[in-house]
Design a protein around this ligand. Structure first.
Ligand code: SAM
Length: 581
């Protein structure tokens, strides 16, 4: 669904050699015939990511060959990379003429959307990040709700769209605005669904269930257990994947939650509030695992060529900690990339851990175990690790300096760390919006998030921000928006602050991971001849490359091993010159 927030740049880039329009059309023609052609798909993704006028033109009008290619690709692969998904949404909007204010919601338009597999598959598999489409579909949902109860034939005609919309609102965690009238109608529908399930009237269950699930999580319905006990075969075939996703998987997560071992009760009051947020809104809710997992050594060598990696003593397996593993994409990547390592993944939120465990079951990683607890309490484990990863976590801990110290304490001499934290420069817009939310005392509940989001989308004063929010991508599900703008605890770092912390803890910088966007920016300014940043002085000099980008600082550190024979194995991993900063 999404990459981790810290993995990919969000802004399309201008390349010095953009792909030509003939090349784009050629790629679409190839993909329409051979959607499995991975070279053509990679070239399309690269061309869209790099931008330029020809790439921009693909988004500006309906192109039948582009629509056909994207449909074939989605039908073949089942999911899209982010940039292709954006293009698909633009094509759907053009094809069905959804641009231009309050386009009327008509049965004909909905039927056309229902018959467009690019639209229905995309809504089912991903989180839509196109505001035009979102605004139309929000009104389409209201229209569908009003169809009940008297229009079964109409609902049957629009059913592919209805089923896709149910998956879409599940994917975005019901982030779209709901009116009071809709709330009342949905409450009545919930009761009717309850009575129908209790009466065992299967013929009426499906439309009621679908309309109710347009607004409320089915797994939280009073009759969810009875619905889950019904064999899938007693429902129509088009509901099987949907029921797996919105009913059976959430129930599996509830079962898994009860099995997670706990470190100790979370005591820190801010950690408790942070935990509450992620229990309600686990993040990120990823659905597809992409990319080839790499070893820790390979990943460090991208920023520090020649580095040997964290080394265990002879006969020992590498011990790895993922501190704040969230929903498990990160820890799964580490575990699959390093089968010779034992990976422990810790997080405050048992809902996030349960999501992680379910996804780990799906992808199979036997060297990964989970533990619920506060990073601040990790010394109670009495364990030291050869490598620690902590991405997107430290800035959410009130006493973040103490948390850094805990991580350093848990690291073997010679061990390495991969850290991802918020950059002050990158989050200027976010800071502005967070200040507004705090000034107005808006609160952080899911409902407050929904209401504020609606204001941003509808009040003229915010109109200028919408293209930026659309590009950010992190604005289209409830957990994303909460994480982006409503976090109960957020700290933002400067490079100077990170340098101070690292020096105080005796950690040395191995290298900084730069996104393609930063590298291109720095090259365009002539600031970075060699795209490697291995000292704090180099890093400070390029801090402005992050301004407004939303990117995290991502970097690798090492705790040097003391000199002497006992630490010889650990020191093998050190690189000459790592300390000369
Ligand atoms: C933005 S998510 C990032 C998850 C994951 N590292 C990733 O990159 O996908 C932040 C996670 O940090 C966890 N977290 C925050 N404070 C923590 C603490 N004090 N101890 C353990 N986990 C914490 C939250 O529960 C949440 O799941």
């Amino acid at each position: 669904m999404t990459m981790s927030a810290h993995d990919s740049p969000r802004t399309p880039l201008m390349s010095p050699h953009p792909v030509s329009s003939q090349t784009f059309d050629g790629l679409f023609e190839v993909l329409a015939r051979q959607p499995e052609n991975s070279t053509a798909l990679a070239a399309l993704q690269k061309g869209l990511r790099e931008g330029g006028p020809e790439a921009a033109a693909c988004y500006q009008e309906f192109k039948p060959v582009c629509h056909a290619a994207l449909t074939a690709v989605l039908q073949h692969h089942g999911h899209f990379a982010n940039e292709v998904r954006r293009l698909a949404a633009a094509q759907v909007c053009h094809r069905h003429q959804l641009h231009g204010g309050q386009v009327p919601v008509t049965v004909e338009r909905l039927a056309a959307l229902a018959a467009d597999p690019l639209c229905t598959l995309m809504l089912a598999e991903s989180i839509n990040t196109n505001l035009t489409l979102e605004q139309f579909l929000t009104r389409a949902r209201t229209f569908l709700l009003r169809c009940h109860p008297g229009e079964p034939a109409l609902l049957a005609r629009l059913r592919p769209l209805l089923v896709a919309l149910v998956q879409q609102v599940f994917n975005n965690e019901f982030v779209w605005p709901v009116t009071e009238a809709e709330e009342l109608a949905v409450a009545a529908l919930g009761e009717e669904l309850m009575r129908t399930v209790q009466a065992g009237d299967n013929s009426r269950i499906e439309p009621l269930l679908l309309l109710h699930a347009l607004y409320q999580p089915l797994a939280a319905h009073a009759e969810a257990a009875r619905l889950a006990a019904m064999p899938l075969a007693s429902f129509s075939g088009d509901l099987h994947p949907l029921l797996t996703r919105i009913l059976h998987e959430p129930r599996r997560e509830m079962e898994l939650r009860a099995t997670i071992p706990t470190l100790e009760e979370v005591r820190d009051p801010v950690s408790r509030s942070v935990r509450a947020q992620y229990e309600e809104s686990p993040y990120p809710r990823w659905a597809h695992f992409s990319g080839t997992p790499k070893t820790i050594r390979e990943r460090i060598q991208r920023v520090r060529p020649g580095f040997e990696g964290p080394l265990a003593g002879s006969g020992q397996r590498l011990q790895v900690l993922v501190a704040g593993c969230g929903t498990g994409q990160h820890s799964l990547q580490v575990a699959l990339g390093n089968p010779e390592a034992d990976v422990l993944a810790v997080d405050l939120s048992s809902a996030s851990l349960a999501y992680a465990m379910r996804m780990t079951e799906r992808h199979g990683a036997r060297n990964l175990t989970f533990l619920q607890g506060d990073l601040l309490a990790l010394p109670r484990l009495g364990r030291k690790f050869h490598h620690i990863e902590c991405a997107g976590v430290l800035h959410h801990i009130k006493d973040h300096a103490a948390a850094w110290a805990v991580l350093a304490q848990c690291l073997q001499p010679g061990g390495t760390m991969k850290i991802g934290v918020y950059s002050q420069a990158a989050r200027l817009l976010v800071s502005h919006l967070r200040a507004c939310i705090q000034r107005e005392g808006i609160g952080t509940s899911p409902n407050a998030v929904r209401l504020f989001r609606t204001r941003l989308l509808t009040e003229p004063a915010w109109a200028g921000l919408l293209p930026l929010l659309e590009r950010m991508g992190d604005f289209f599900s409830l957990s994303m928006t909460r994480d982006l703008l409503f976090h109960v605890q957020e700290h933002q770092y400067t490079v100077a602050e990170i340098e101070g912390i690292a020096r105080a803890l005796g950690l040395e910088l191995l290298g900084v991971q730069l996104s393609r966007r930063s590298v291109d920016y720095l090259k365009s300014k002539g600031t970075l001849a060699e795209p490697r940043v291995q000292t704090f002085a180099q890093w400070r000099a390029i801090e402005q490359a992050y301004v407004g980008s939303l990117e995290m600082f991502q970097f690798w550190l090492q705790l040097p091993a003391p000199a002497g024979p006992a630490s010889a194995v650990a020191s093998l991993g050190r690189v000459r010159g790592a300390a000369s900063q």
